[in-house]
Every structure is written in C-alpha cells, then in structure tokens.
Design a protein. Structure first.
Length: 470
C-alpha cells in the first residue's frame, strides 16, 4: 500500500451496547443515554451500536423499559449517525431457533424503527442460519453485516476463513465482521487473517474484539495496517477489560497517518466526561467489578471466553466441587472436539461448558447429558465445521436420526400463535416480537406498563377534580 494514500479507519462506537453489556451487566438506561447523543452524533462515527444483543432482554426484564421505545428515541437524536444492532441469526435475540416469519418480521420492525446496520451471526458459523435474516435485511434496504465467530482449532485455517468470506459475499452481505468475542486474536494473527480475508472477498472488513486478554489495541493496529476497514471501540470510561479498546486511544493512534479518522479529540473528551460518573457510580455500587477490568490471561491459555470461566466457577461452587476447576478447564477442549469444534459463543459456550462440568463431576464422560447437548448432537443448532465424534453422538442420542437440513426448515410459522397469545396486552405491532422472544418477561412488562398507565390516568383525574370542585 502506498503510504500517501489516505484510508481513514472507520469506528463503530459500542458504548451504548457491547461496552455496557460487557462491563455493567447491560444496565445502562435510555435516560442515561439521551443527554449525550446530540454530541455523539457530531463525532462522525461509522455507526453507533446501540441495540440488540442482551440490551433487549435487559430493558424489559430489569429496567422496565420498552426496547422499541428506546430505539425510536435514539433514532430521533442520532440524525446523522447510522444505528447498528447485534442479531443472533435464527435465534434473533433469544436462545432458540425461531420460524422464518418471526425472523423476517423482527428485521422489518428493527429497520422501520431506526436500525441501519444489522450485524448477524451464528454460534456455529453455519451460514444457513443467517440466510433468512440477511435476505430480510436486503429486502428492507438495511445494511446486512455478517459476523463470523472467531475461534482457534484445527479446522480454522486461513483457507477456512477465506472460503467462508467468499460464501458470505455470495449470500448478499454488505460487509463482513470478525467477531472475536473472547479476545483470542493476537496482533500478528490479525495481520494474516485480514490479508487472507481480503483475498477471499472485496467486502469491507470490520474487526470486533474484546480487551479481555490485553492484546486488543495492538490487534487493531496490525489489522488496520493489513487493510481492515472498520474497528469497534468504546469511549474510555467503559473501555478495556472485558469491553473494547478505547475510542480516543485508537483515534490518537492513527492521528497523522493515512488511517487518520479526523475525529475531534476535544469533542471526544467532552463525551468521555459525560460517561465518567456512570463508571464511578457503577464501581461504587459494585455493578462494575474491578476484576473484569484486568487482563485475563486464562482466556489465551484455554481459549475460553471470560464470561464462560466465571460461569464454570459458579456451576462448580453449586455442586460443592470447586477443586475440580482445573479438570474442567482441561475437559472443555475435549468436549469441544467431540461436538465438532464449534466456536465458543452464546449459546454454544454454555452447552460445551455445562457438558464439561457434568463430565467431570459425574466421574464418567457423557453419563449426564443436558437437553441442549442432545439438541446439538441431533443437528438442531445446525452444522459444525467438523463432524461430531460418532461414538459420543451415539452415546448421547442413541438410535435417533439426526437432522441435516437447515433447522428452521422444520419450524412452522409462529407469528399467528404469538399474536393470539399476547393480544390482550398489545399496544403496538412490535409487542408481539417482544412476546415471541421473551414470553414471561414481556408479559410481566406489559402488566407493569398497564399499571403505570392506570396510575397516570388516575393522577390526571384527581388533578382535574381538584381544579373544578363541584
Ligand atoms: Co462483543
């Protein structure tokens, strides 16, 4: 590349989604977001990731907020900046496969309410599970970004990434994201990977990583030098640790180079100033655990995402077998191999982790098998990059015949049923989608919303009767 050629790197700002999901248990409220978005809108970000992932569930469940209302408010404030969401393929924002009609309707409503870019991924990188969402995004004139879950293992050669990148382009993606949820991508590996992807595809390449293992900002530097077009960063008060590299730091890193973003550092400093008290309060209340801000080298050692490690500890604690931690860490790669070597990301990370714990505490491998392990071995999550271990598969599913088609091909349309079930609570079209994904949580939210409305009506009536005494 000629050094004189300008090629500003684009930045996705994640503070309104991944950063607070990773550091603050997804608890940032719309009220905390709104006062700063006018300033954020002036930065010139490629996009602001602000919706999807766990934010939808957390809004309904913990914040008693309507996620759709949040999206509309953000859209009203971000007049110049594209809004981005994270979408779990055929699982949408949930943990099961949904019928195509639900996936299509969710995409349609997300775009109608303000989303510009939909980042779509599948935990097995089975691209058949992305088809419906990508096609629906194309149809609604949204930007379909396909994210590949990054992982290490025998199957994941540079040829694998190059080949799947090509297939993604053919499928109708507008850009490609490498989703390194565990922070496994080291700087020189990123250089090789980006070069290989650029050979496989002409799509813009976005790199998404987490700081968990401490290498992330170096990884971005090498990736950008190799031709990576977009990087995901978070404003410094909610950066580093299990979150992303800091936006201001990356902006200054590229200042005066061909990759210069041109962003105004004083403006970024003002935005950081706004978020700092939110960090301080979260540290004081314990919502932000200082532990997650450090470097977790176990991530690189065992190639296991940080969140999965803490789950293992609590599962072992519950069983009173904390001394088996090391055994479980060693069992995880073996289970992963038996299960076709999938990436470890929701929900495959939970399935592999739980199975490893059961194998260790029961003292016999696959003696105890949770139903999700059965589902994976039945092909109900889709196809893994390598075949399942045939002996393990037989032990788990017996003589049952596994499916080989796209799992959603076997699911009948579901919307009419969901419409009927939530009819009594429905106040807007989107309510059926909240209900489809999280029935119990949505119902509870709808009841809360009605109670609030009754309270407001009552207060208005009281005020009126006072104003006009009879
Ligand atoms: Co992430």
């Amino acid at each position: 590349m000629a050094d004189t050629q300008k090629k500003p790197v684009k930045i996705v700002e994640t503070i309104l989604r991944d950063a607070h999901q990773s550091l603050l248990a997804t608890r940032m409220s719309t009220e905390q977001m709104l006062p700063i978005i006018e300033k954020m809108d002036k930065v010139g970000y490629h996009s602001v990731e602000c919706w999807g992932g766990a934010t939808f569930d957390a809004s309904l469940r913990f914040l008693k907020e309507d996620p759709w209302e949040r999206l509309r408010k953000l859209k009203a404030g971000f007049k110049n900046t594209k809004l981005q969401m994270l979408f779990r393929g055929q699982n949408i924002l949930g943990y099961n496969h949904y019928a195509d009609d639900v996936v299509e309707y969710f995409v349609q409503k997300s775009i109608a309410n303000g989303i510009d870019i939909i980042r779509i991924f599948d935990c097995l990188n089975d691209i058949r599970n992305l088809e419906t969402a990508v096609k629906a995004t194309n149809r609604e004139k949204g930007h379909a970004q396909i994210a590949l879950s990054y992982t290490l293992g025998d199957a994941y050669t540079l040829d694998y990434w190059k080949d799947i990148a090509k297939r993604i382009e053919d499928m109708g993606a507008d850009s490609l994201c490498i989703k390194d949820m565990a922070g496994l991508l080291t700087p020189y590996a990123a250089d090789e990977l980006v070069h290989a992807l650029k050979e496989g595809t002409s799509l813009p390449i976005d790199l998404h990583t987490h700081y968990t293992s401490g290498v992330a900002s170096m990884t971005y530097l090498k990736a950008v030098e190799a031709g990576c077009d977009i990087i995901d960063c978070a404003m410094s008060p909610l950066a580093l640790g299990t979150s992303q590299p800091a936006t201001e730091v990356m902006v200054e890193t590229f200042r005066g180079t061909p990759y210069d973003t041109g962003y105004d550092l004083s403006l970024l400093a003002e935005i950081a100033e706004y978020f700092r008290p939110i960090r301080e309060e979260a540290l004081a209340s314990g919502l932000l655990n200082p532990k997650v801000l450090g470097v977790n080298i176990k991530t690189l050692q065992y190639q296991v995402p940080g969140g999965m490690l803490s789950n293992l500890v609590s599962q072992l604690k519950e069983a009173g077998q904390e001394d088996k931690y090391q055994d479980v860490l060693e069992e995880i790669p073996r289970v992963r191999k038996d299960f076709g070597e999938p990436p470890l990301v929701t929900p495959s990370s939970q399935i592999v982790g739980t199975q490893a714990v059961m194998n260790v505490i029961s003292g016999e491998r696959y003696k105890l098998v949770p139903k999700e392990s059965k589902k994976i071995m039945m092909g109900e999550f889709g196809q893994t990059v390598k075949p399942f271990d045939p002996v393990v598969q037989r032990k788990i599913i017996g003589d049952a015949e596994p499916i080989t088609c796209r799992p959603a091909d076997l699911i009948e349309p579901e919307l009419p049923k969901f419409e009927k079930e939530c009819a009594q609570w429905k106040q807007q079209d989107e309510d059926v989608l909240s209900y489809a994904l999280f029935p119990a949580v949505a119902k509870e939210f709808f009841q809360y919303r009605e109670a609030q409305q009754t309270k407001i009506d009552q207060a208005a009536a009281d005020k009126e009767s006072k104003a006009y005494p009879v």
